[in-house]
Design a protein. Structure first.
Length: 114
């Protein structure tokens, strides 16, 4: 099983990034997919989730209206479009698969700074 995040980096406040998570080794379409983030000194928090069936989404209040989660079941990928970023969004972002088992990626660093 592999979950590999990409797309992180340094961005100025107000900017955008698109994170992607490429997966393999499990039946992607059966799994709810989630993005978490962990900032220094803070607990890991759930940012966004997308269901396995129907693609319903949920977001943390702090990112509603700015972040969009999406999935491509044909490509076994999940993405997180992040707009209007602010310094409080700085964190390591992880994708996670939740289903018959749970899997995690290793994370990608997002830094929002001028």
């Amino acid at each position: 099983v592999q979950l590999v995040e990409s797309g992180g980096g340094l961005v100025q406040p107000g900017g955008s990034l698109r994170l992607s998570c490429a997966t393999s080794g499990f039946t992607f379409r059966y799994y709810e997919m989630r993005w978490f983030r962990e900032a220094p000194g803070k607990e890991r928090e759930l940012v966004a989730a997308i269901s396995s069936v129907g693609g319903s989404t949920n977001y943390a209040n702090s990112v509603k209206g700015r972040f969009t989660i999406s999935r491509d079941n044909a490509k076994n990928t999940v993405s997180l479009q992040m707009n209007n970023l602010n310094p409080e969004d700085t964190a390591v972002y992880y994708c996670s698969a939740v289903g018959p088992n749970s899997y995690w990626g290793r994370g990608t660093q997002v830094t929002v700074s001028s």
